[in-house]
Design a protein. Structure first.
Length: 414
Protein backbone atom coordinates (compact mmCIF):
# COMPACT_ATOMS: atom_id res chain seq x y z
CA UNK A 1 0.00 0.00 0.00
CA UNK A 2 1.31 3.46 -0.93
CA UNK A 3 1.72 5.92 1.93
CA UNK A 4 -0.83 8.71 1.88
CA UNK A 5 0.07 12.40 2.25
CA UNK A 6 -2.20 14.24 4.64
CA UNK A 7 -2.24 18.05 4.73
CA UNK A 8 -4.03 20.13 7.25
CA UNK A 9 -6.70 22.46 5.94
CA UNK A 10 -4.71 25.64 6.27
CA UNK A 11 -1.51 24.16 4.91
CA UNK A 12 -3.45 22.61 1.98
CA UNK A 13 -5.08 25.90 1.12
CA UNK A 14 -1.71 27.69 1.22
CA UNK A 15 -0.25 25.06 -1.10
CA UNK A 16 -3.01 25.63 -3.63
CA UNK A 17 -2.58 29.37 -3.45
CA UNK A 18 1.15 29.22 -4.06
CA UNK A 19 0.60 26.84 -6.96
CA UNK A 20 -1.90 29.16 -8.54
CA UNK A 21 0.54 32.09 -8.25
CA UNK A 22 3.33 30.25 -9.98
CA UNK A 23 5.26 29.05 -6.90
CA UNK A 24 6.74 30.56 -3.75
CA UNK A 25 9.61 32.52 -5.40
CA UNK A 26 7.29 35.32 -6.48
CA UNK A 27 6.18 35.83 -2.85
CA UNK A 28 9.67 36.68 -1.49
CA UNK A 29 9.69 40.09 0.32
CA UNK A 30 12.82 42.28 -0.07
CA UNK A 31 14.59 42.93 3.29
CA UNK A 32 14.43 46.42 4.75
CA UNK A 33 17.85 48.12 4.37
CA UNK A 34 19.70 48.66 7.67
CA UNK A 35 21.33 52.09 7.84
CA UNK A 36 25.07 52.07 8.45
CA UNK A 37 26.10 53.66 11.77
CA UNK A 38 27.72 57.06 11.52
CA UNK A 39 31.38 56.69 12.51
CA UNK A 40 32.46 58.66 15.58
CA UNK A 41 34.62 61.66 14.72
CA UNK A 42 38.33 61.15 15.21
CA UNK A 43 39.53 63.22 18.20
CA UNK A 44 41.81 66.05 17.18
CA UNK A 45 44.91 66.64 19.28
CA UNK A 46 45.96 70.17 20.14
CA UNK A 47 49.61 69.08 20.29
CA UNK A 48 50.64 69.99 16.77
CA UNK A 49 54.30 70.93 17.15
CA UNK A 50 57.43 69.13 18.35
CA UNK A 51 60.84 70.31 19.50
CA UNK A 52 64.07 69.07 20.99
CA UNK A 53 66.33 70.75 23.54
CA UNK A 54 69.92 69.76 24.18
CA UNK A 55 70.99 70.68 27.70
CA UNK A 56 74.78 70.63 27.86
CA UNK A 57 77.09 72.15 30.47
CA UNK A 58 80.84 72.05 30.55
CA UNK A 59 82.03 69.69 33.27
CA UNK A 60 82.14 71.44 36.67
CA UNK A 61 81.37 74.81 35.04
CA UNK A 62 77.71 75.21 36.00
CA UNK A 63 75.34 77.85 34.66
CA UNK A 64 71.76 78.23 33.38
CA UNK A 65 70.03 77.32 30.12
CA UNK A 66 66.41 78.09 29.21
CA UNK A 67 63.88 77.00 26.58
CA UNK A 68 60.78 78.65 25.08
CA UNK A 69 58.06 76.21 23.94
CA UNK A 70 56.32 78.91 21.88
CA UNK A 71 59.33 79.51 19.63
CA UNK A 72 60.72 75.97 20.05
CA UNK A 73 64.12 77.54 20.67
CA UNK A 74 66.58 78.32 23.44
CA UNK A 75 65.60 81.41 25.43
CA UNK A 76 67.32 84.14 27.41
CA UNK A 77 67.07 83.19 31.09
CA UNK A 78 66.96 86.88 32.05
CA UNK A 79 63.84 87.43 29.92
CA UNK A 80 60.21 86.94 30.94
CA UNK A 81 59.42 84.44 28.18
CA UNK A 82 61.42 81.34 29.10
CA UNK A 83 59.28 78.32 30.01
CA UNK A 84 61.68 75.73 31.43
CA UNK A 85 65.11 76.30 32.96
CA UNK A 86 68.06 73.97 33.55
CA UNK A 87 70.41 75.08 36.31
CA UNK A 88 73.71 73.32 36.91
CA UNK A 89 75.88 73.74 40.00
CA UNK A 90 78.88 71.93 38.56
CA UNK A 91 77.78 68.58 39.99
CA UNK A 92 74.07 68.14 39.24
CA UNK A 93 71.38 69.73 37.10
CA UNK A 94 68.01 70.97 38.41
CA UNK A 95 64.98 72.06 36.39
CA UNK A 96 62.41 74.80 36.97
CA UNK A 97 59.29 76.32 35.41
CA UNK A 98 58.62 80.04 35.00
CA UNK A 99 56.32 80.26 38.02
CA UNK A 100 56.13 80.76 41.76
CA UNK A 101 59.54 81.24 43.32
CA UNK A 102 61.41 80.73 40.02
CA UNK A 103 59.85 83.42 37.87
CA UNK A 104 57.01 85.87 37.36
CA UNK A 105 55.29 83.70 34.74
CA UNK A 106 52.12 81.59 34.82
CA UNK A 107 53.97 78.31 34.28
CA UNK A 108 53.96 75.14 36.32
CA UNK A 109 53.82 71.37 35.90
CA UNK A 110 51.05 68.84 36.47
CA UNK A 111 53.40 66.31 38.10
CA UNK A 112 57.02 65.44 38.70
CA UNK A 113 58.79 63.05 36.31
CA UNK A 114 58.68 60.49 39.10
CA UNK A 115 54.88 60.47 38.96
CA UNK A 116 53.89 60.87 35.28
CA UNK A 117 54.52 58.68 32.23
CA UNK A 118 55.15 59.74 28.64
CA UNK A 119 52.79 57.06 27.31
CA UNK A 120 49.95 58.38 29.48
CA UNK A 121 50.56 62.02 28.60
CA UNK A 122 50.63 61.12 24.89
CA UNK A 123 46.89 60.38 25.25
CA UNK A 124 46.12 63.97 26.21
CA UNK A 125 44.49 66.04 23.48
CA UNK A 126 44.59 69.29 25.43
CA UNK A 127 46.84 70.68 28.14
CA UNK A 128 43.81 71.60 30.26
CA UNK A 129 41.96 68.30 30.03
CA UNK A 130 43.15 65.06 31.59
CA UNK A 131 41.45 62.19 29.67
CA UNK A 132 40.85 60.35 32.95
CA UNK A 133 39.84 63.00 35.48
CA UNK A 134 38.55 65.59 32.99
CA UNK A 135 39.00 69.35 32.85
CA UNK A 136 41.83 70.92 34.84
CA UNK A 137 41.90 74.31 36.51
CA UNK A 138 44.63 76.85 37.24
CA UNK A 139 45.73 75.05 40.43
CA UNK A 140 46.29 71.78 38.56
CA UNK A 141 49.65 73.12 37.41
CA UNK A 142 51.96 73.11 40.43
CA UNK A 143 54.13 76.20 40.62
CA UNK A 144 57.72 76.27 41.80
CA UNK A 145 57.91 76.80 45.52
CA UNK A 146 60.15 77.61 48.45
CA UNK A 147 61.00 74.28 50.00
CA UNK A 148 61.16 74.58 53.77
CA UNK A 149 58.85 74.73 56.73
CA UNK A 150 55.83 75.62 54.56
CA UNK A 151 56.39 72.72 52.14
CA UNK A 152 53.92 69.83 52.37
CA UNK A 153 53.63 66.36 50.92
CA UNK A 154 50.20 66.89 49.36
CA UNK A 155 49.69 67.48 45.60
CA UNK A 156 49.98 71.27 45.99
CA UNK A 157 53.15 70.91 48.11
CA UNK A 158 51.65 73.00 50.92
CA UNK A 159 51.96 72.45 54.66
CA UNK A 160 49.33 75.12 55.37
CA UNK A 161 46.55 74.25 52.89
CA UNK A 162 44.69 71.29 51.47
CA UNK A 163 43.09 71.40 48.02
CA UNK A 164 39.74 70.27 46.59
CA UNK A 165 38.45 68.49 49.69
CA UNK A 166 34.83 69.17 48.74
CA UNK A 167 35.26 68.72 44.99
CA UNK A 168 35.09 72.50 44.48
CA UNK A 169 38.75 73.20 43.58
CA UNK A 170 39.15 75.39 46.68
CA UNK A 171 41.96 75.68 49.23
CA UNK A 172 41.29 74.99 52.90
CA UNK A 173 43.62 76.03 55.76
CA UNK A 174 44.62 73.38 58.31
CA UNK A 175 45.42 75.85 61.14
CA UNK A 176 48.85 74.38 61.85
CA UNK A 177 51.10 76.50 64.07
CA UNK A 178 54.52 77.46 62.72
CA UNK A 179 57.28 79.00 64.80
CA UNK A 180 59.50 81.63 63.18
CA UNK A 181 62.77 82.67 64.82
CA UNK A 182 64.57 85.90 63.95
CA UNK A 183 67.91 84.29 64.87
CA UNK A 184 68.18 80.51 64.84
CA UNK A 185 71.59 80.65 66.55
CA UNK A 186 70.16 82.43 69.60
CA UNK A 187 67.66 80.51 71.81
CA UNK A 188 66.30 83.75 73.30
CA UNK A 189 65.83 85.57 69.99
CA UNK A 190 62.39 86.91 69.12
CA UNK A 191 59.98 84.23 67.95
CA UNK A 192 56.54 84.37 66.36
CA UNK A 193 53.84 81.68 66.44
CA UNK A 194 51.89 81.86 63.17
CA UNK A 195 48.73 80.31 61.73
CA UNK A 196 47.33 80.57 58.20
CA UNK A 197 43.57 80.89 58.65
CA UNK A 198 42.12 81.56 55.19
CA UNK A 199 42.70 82.09 51.49
CA UNK A 200 39.74 84.04 50.15
CA UNK A 201 39.00 87.76 50.36
CA UNK A 202 38.53 90.72 48.05
CA UNK A 203 35.07 91.69 46.81
CA UNK A 204 32.47 89.53 48.52
CA UNK A 205 35.17 87.63 50.40
CA UNK A 206 35.31 84.95 47.71
CA UNK A 207 38.32 85.97 45.61
CA UNK A 208 41.31 83.59 45.72
CA UNK A 209 44.83 84.76 46.51
CA UNK A 210 43.99 86.64 49.73
CA UNK A 211 45.71 84.62 52.50
CA UNK A 212 44.73 85.44 56.07
CA UNK A 213 47.20 84.97 58.93
CA UNK A 214 47.24 85.48 62.67
CA UNK A 215 50.27 85.40 64.94
CA UNK A 216 51.67 86.24 68.36
CA UNK A 217 55.03 87.57 69.45
CA UNK A 218 56.07 84.87 71.93
CA UNK A 219 57.47 87.43 74.34
CA UNK A 220 54.11 89.21 74.77
CA UNK A 221 51.51 86.76 73.39
CA UNK A 222 49.74 89.75 71.89
CA UNK A 223 47.63 88.38 69.00
CA UNK A 224 47.61 90.14 65.62
CA UNK A 225 46.03 89.28 62.27
CA UNK A 226 46.11 90.38 58.64
CA UNK A 227 44.67 89.54 55.24
CA UNK A 228 47.05 90.13 52.32
CA UNK A 229 46.32 90.68 48.64
CA UNK A 230 48.75 88.19 47.10
CA UNK A 231 46.62 87.59 44.01
CA UNK A 232 48.97 89.36 41.59
CA UNK A 233 52.48 88.57 42.87
CA UNK A 234 54.72 88.33 45.90
CA UNK A 235 53.70 90.32 48.99
CA UNK A 236 56.33 90.69 51.74
CA UNK A 237 55.23 91.06 55.36
CA UNK A 238 56.95 92.21 58.54
CA UNK A 239 55.44 90.37 61.52
CA UNK A 240 57.15 92.63 64.07
CA UNK A 241 55.68 95.80 62.55
CA UNK A 242 52.42 94.23 61.32
CA UNK A 243 53.04 95.85 57.96
CA UNK A 244 53.58 95.08 54.28
CA UNK A 245 57.23 95.52 53.31
CA UNK A 246 59.32 95.20 50.15
CA UNK A 247 61.62 92.45 48.89
CA UNK A 248 64.68 94.50 49.79
CA UNK A 249 63.23 95.71 53.10
CA UNK A 250 62.75 93.97 56.44
CA UNK A 251 60.27 91.08 56.24
CA UNK A 252 59.68 87.65 57.74
CA UNK A 253 57.17 85.92 55.48
CA UNK A 254 55.98 86.36 51.88
CA UNK A 255 52.99 85.12 49.88
CA UNK A 256 52.31 84.71 46.17
CA UNK A 257 48.76 83.34 46.07
CA UNK A 258 49.13 80.09 48.08
CA UNK A 259 52.93 79.99 47.76
CA UNK A 260 54.72 80.90 50.99
CA UNK A 261 58.34 81.57 51.84
CA UNK A 262 60.55 82.81 54.67
CA UNK A 263 63.21 85.47 54.51
CA UNK A 264 66.73 84.08 54.81
CA UNK A 265 67.76 86.64 57.41
CA UNK A 266 66.62 89.63 59.46
CA UNK A 267 69.23 92.31 60.12
CA UNK A 268 71.92 89.90 58.94
CA UNK A 269 70.90 87.13 61.36
CA UNK A 270 69.67 83.72 60.13
CA UNK A 271 65.88 83.40 60.14
CA UNK A 272 64.23 79.97 60.25
CA UNK A 273 60.99 78.19 60.90
CA UNK A 274 59.61 74.91 62.20
CA UNK A 275 56.24 73.20 62.40
CA UNK A 276 55.24 73.39 66.06
CA UNK A 277 51.70 72.03 66.28
CA UNK A 278 49.05 70.32 64.14
CA UNK A 279 45.49 70.64 65.53
CA UNK A 280 43.67 67.44 66.44
CA UNK A 281 41.01 66.06 64.13
CA UNK A 282 42.22 67.42 60.79
CA UNK A 283 44.06 64.27 59.65
CA UNK A 284 43.83 60.53 60.09
CA UNK A 285 46.70 58.58 61.65
CA UNK A 286 47.89 57.90 58.08
CA UNK A 287 47.95 61.64 57.31
CA UNK A 288 44.81 61.78 55.16
CA UNK A 289 42.82 65.01 55.39
CA UNK A 290 39.40 64.68 57.07
CA UNK A 291 37.13 66.81 54.87
CA UNK A 292 34.35 67.20 57.47
CA UNK A 293 36.73 68.75 60.00
CA UNK A 294 38.12 71.22 57.46
CA UNK A 295 34.54 72.33 56.77
CA UNK A 296 33.83 73.08 60.45
CA UNK A 297 33.10 76.80 60.78
CA UNK A 298 34.33 76.76 64.39
CA UNK A 299 37.96 75.96 63.48
CA UNK A 300 39.11 79.56 63.77
CA UNK A 301 37.95 79.86 67.38
CA UNK A 302 38.80 76.30 68.41
CA UNK A 303 42.45 76.51 67.33
CA UNK A 304 43.24 79.98 68.74
CA UNK A 305 44.67 78.62 72.01
CA UNK A 306 47.37 76.73 70.09
CA UNK A 307 49.16 80.00 69.33
CA UNK A 308 50.03 80.52 72.98
CA UNK A 309 50.64 76.90 73.97
CA UNK A 310 53.66 76.46 76.23
CA UNK A 311 55.00 73.37 74.43
CA UNK A 312 55.50 74.80 70.95
CA UNK A 313 59.31 74.90 71.04
CA UNK A 314 61.07 71.49 71.06
CA UNK A 315 64.02 70.95 73.38
CA UNK A 316 66.32 70.73 70.35
CA UNK A 317 64.63 72.76 67.62
CA UNK A 318 65.49 71.99 64.01
CA UNK A 319 65.04 75.29 62.25
CA UNK A 320 64.53 75.17 58.48
CA UNK A 321 65.50 77.78 55.94
CA UNK A 322 64.08 77.91 52.42
CA UNK A 323 65.53 76.71 49.15
CA UNK A 324 63.97 77.02 45.72
CA UNK A 325 62.22 73.86 44.53
CA UNK A 326 60.15 72.67 41.58
CA UNK A 327 58.04 69.64 40.63
CA UNK A 328 60.55 69.25 37.77
CA UNK A 329 63.32 68.50 40.32
CA UNK A 330 61.92 65.98 42.78
CA UNK A 331 63.94 64.43 45.59
CA UNK A 332 65.60 61.23 44.46
CA UNK A 333 64.08 57.83 45.15
CA UNK A 334 66.03 54.71 45.94
CA UNK A 335 69.20 53.97 47.86
CA UNK A 336 72.81 54.60 46.97
CA UNK A 337 74.40 53.54 44.65
CA UNK A 338 71.21 53.64 42.51
CA UNK A 339 69.15 56.85 42.74
CA UNK A 340 66.16 57.69 40.56
CA UNK A 341 65.79 61.44 39.87
CA UNK A 342 62.84 61.06 37.52
CA UNK A 343 64.38 62.22 34.26
CA UNK A 344 67.35 59.93 34.77
CA UNK A 345 68.87 57.37 37.13
CA UNK A 346 72.30 57.75 38.71
CA UNK A 347 74.52 54.67 39.06
CA UNK A 348 77.23 55.19 41.68
CA UNK A 349 79.13 51.92 41.42
CA UNK A 350 80.84 50.03 38.61
CA UNK A 351 78.70 46.95 39.25
CA UNK A 352 75.39 48.82 39.03
CA UNK A 353 76.58 50.85 36.04
CA UNK A 354 77.48 47.65 34.20
CA UNK A 355 74.02 46.20 34.88
CA UNK A 356 72.52 49.36 33.34
CA UNK A 357 74.71 49.08 30.24
CA UNK A 358 76.96 52.00 31.20
CA UNK A 359 80.74 52.03 30.92
CA UNK A 360 81.63 53.51 34.30
CA UNK A 361 80.34 54.44 37.73
CA UNK A 362 78.77 57.84 38.48
CA UNK A 363 77.04 58.00 35.11
CA UNK A 364 73.42 58.90 34.31
CA UNK A 365 70.98 56.96 32.18
CA UNK A 366 67.81 58.54 30.77
CA UNK A 367 64.37 57.33 31.81
CA UNK A 368 62.46 58.04 28.56
CA UNK A 369 59.12 56.91 30.01
CA UNK A 370 59.26 59.55 32.78
CA UNK A 371 57.56 62.79 31.79
CA UNK A 372 55.49 65.80 32.79
CA UNK A 373 53.18 68.39 31.26
CA UNK A 374 54.25 72.02 31.61
CA UNK A 375 52.47 75.31 31.02
CA UNK A 376 54.15 78.29 29.36
CA UNK A 377 55.11 81.50 31.12
CA UNK A 378 52.20 83.22 29.36
CA UNK A 379 49.82 80.50 30.55
CA UNK A 380 48.28 79.84 27.13
CA UNK A 381 50.38 77.03 25.65
CA UNK A 382 51.45 73.63 26.92
CA UNK A 383 54.02 70.93 26.30
CA UNK A 384 54.64 67.40 27.42
CA UNK A 385 58.34 66.71 27.85
CA UNK A 386 60.64 63.79 28.52
CA UNK A 387 64.34 63.02 28.45
CA UNK A 388 65.18 60.73 25.54
CA UNK A 389 68.90 60.26 26.07
CA UNK A 390 71.99 61.22 28.06
CA UNK A 391 75.17 61.43 25.97
CA UNK A 392 78.75 61.76 27.23
CA UNK A 393 81.55 63.28 25.17
CA UNK A 394 83.63 60.32 26.33
CA UNK A 395 81.27 57.35 26.88
CA UNK A 396 83.78 55.85 29.32
CA UNK A 397 84.28 58.97 31.43
CA UNK A 398 81.53 60.20 33.76
CA UNK A 399 83.38 63.51 34.20
CA UNK A 400 83.30 64.36 30.50
CA UNK A 401 80.80 66.83 29.07
CA UNK A 402 77.29 65.38 29.10
CA UNK A 403 74.27 66.33 27.01
CA UNK A 404 70.69 65.76 28.14
CA UNK A 405 68.46 65.48 25.08
CA UNK A 406 64.84 66.47 25.81
CA UNK A 407 61.85 66.05 23.54
CA UNK A 408 58.62 68.14 23.58
CA UNK A 409 55.16 67.74 22.13
CA UNK A 410 53.69 71.25 22.09
CA UNK A 411 50.16 72.65 22.09
CA UNK A 412 50.61 76.19 20.70
CA UNK A 413 48.68 79.13 22.07
CA UNK A 414 45.28 79.49 20.45
Amino acid sequence: MKPSLVLSGSLFAMTLLLSACGGSDDATVAPTPVPKPTPAPTPVSGFTKTATWDVAFEAKAGGELCFDIDTQKAADCTSDTWDVKAKDDGRSTSFFTNSGTSGAGKGGAVASPLDAKWADLKKWLNGMADPISGALDANSYIKDFAEGVFTGTNPIKSAAFEYDLAGDHKLSPNFKVFLISEDTTNPVAKQFALQVTGYYGGTGGAVSGFPSIRWVDRTSNNELSATLDASKGWVYFDLAKNAVSTETGAWHIAFNRNNMKLNSSVAGKPLGGLLAKTPDGFYTAEGKAIAAKFADTNNLAQTRALLTATDLLPAKPKWLSDKNASPLSPAAKGNYPVLDYGWYTYYGSDAEATKAGLAAAHMLKANPDAATMIRSAEGNSFARMHLKEVQYADPKNASSKKTLKFEFDIQPKS
